[in-house]
Design a binder for this molecule. Structure first.
Ligand code: DP6
Length: 326
């Protein structure tokens, strides 16, 4: 049967998805905006076979039951659309550490969804792929698109999808990722979403999130890096205020995370314009313009708690490749 391999980039959320109005369908409480990251990617090969008694899933060379179950649930959705019962062999590798706050489930489930749909010749539109990917991981619905992306929260499965709002060549933003630890985070985003509404500040966040989305779009349209960066950083701190004040509190930061945040503020004092954002992990995205990348990377690499840096630029949608993993 046909084998298909896709390479998908992850993204970094500029205005974050936090809290679900429908857990099962993964309908978010609010719209979110992200930027696709060329350089942080997952490659996944899928082959449906009639000689397997169950799905055979290996991620980064390992067959871990919890991850495999989530992959099987997504394959089930795709098998249902195609009307087939074949099990699949799936191999997946990441170019960056998974489970550390760098949204590996976004690129992972985008690559899986595209490869599995293609292996079954489903011919889905980008919107259909986004709706399908969303059900496996919210972030993944944005990662089937390219450039700057908005996920429309919607109020049903068919209206909750992402689309490109500005293409990748609109603005050359770079991301220097400070890796302070490569071990897995203690609390997954999926678990964290469940307690979002318990923060007393969640309703305040939701009351002004529409304004934030509109302001972010204006900053990107105008390529106004200072407005963009100040909003990205303020949003990251607001998001972590929600985490810190949820029940139970979610403290995602490690000492190295705080060291990077302070260093980024110092960079701006020294006229190196850069801004940080952090998801539910401890590794830090530092967004900057092309001419500051070298200086930002050098400053970050000198910090005592930074193990290494990774670099990404704004990227496009998932690409099909013949470089199969098996
Ligand atoms: C903080 O997409 O990982 O990174 O839908 O349960 O898979 P699930 O959650 P996930 O949540 C991401 C949360 C975030 C913000 C964002 O990427 O918008």
């Amino acid at each position: 049967m046909k084998k298909s391999t896709y390479r998908a980039s992850t993204d970094v959320a500029l205005i974050k998805y936090w809290g679900k109005r429908d857990e099962k369908l993964r309908l978010p409480e609010n719209n979110s905006i992200s930027m696709i990251l060329d350089g942080l990617e997952t490659v996944t090969t899928v082959e449906f076979r009639n000689d397997l008694a169950q799905d055979r899933v290996r991620i980064a060379g390992e067959a871990r039951a919890v991850e495999a179950q989530r992959v099987t649930r997504q394959l089930d959705r795709i098998r249902e659309i195609a009307g087939v019962a074949w099990y699949a062999q799936v191999e997946s590798v990441n170019s960056f550490p998974k489970g550390t706050g760098l949204s590996s489930s976004g690129s992972g489930f985008a690559a899986l969804t595209c490869a599995a749909a293609d292996a079954l010749d489903l011919n889905l539109t980008e919107r259909e792929l986004s709706i399908l990917a969303r059900q496996a991981s919210g972030t993944a619905c944005r990662c089937v698109c390219g450039g700057f992306v908005e996920w429309h929260a919607g109020d049903s499965s068919g209206t909750s999808y992402a689309e490109t709002i500005f293409p990748a060549d609109h603005w050359a933003i770079h991301d220097v990722v400070a890796v302070v630890d490569e071990g897995m985070k203690r609390v997954s985003s999926t678990e964290g979403h469940q307690t979002a509404q318990s923060s007393p500040f969640y309703t305040t966040r939701q009351a002004h999130i529409g304004d934030k989305i509109a302001t972010m779009k204006r900053a990107i349209a105008a390529r106004d890096f200072t407005s963009f960066g100040e909003l990205v950083e303020a949003e990251a701190l607001e998001f972590h205020t929600i985490l810190l004040t949820s029940q139970p509190p979610l403290i995602a930061w490690y000492p190295g995370t705080v060291e990077v945040m302070l260093a980024v503020q110092q960079m701006r004092q020294d006229n190196i314009e850069a801004y940080f954002t952090i998801n539910t992990g401890f590794n830090v995205h530092v967004l900057t313009l092309p001419h500051y990348v070298a200086a930002v990377a050098e400053r970050l690499q000198k910090l005592s708690l930074v193990q290494k840096t990774l670099q990404a630029s704004i990227g496009g949608k998932p690409q099909k490749t013949d470089a199969h993993l098996f």
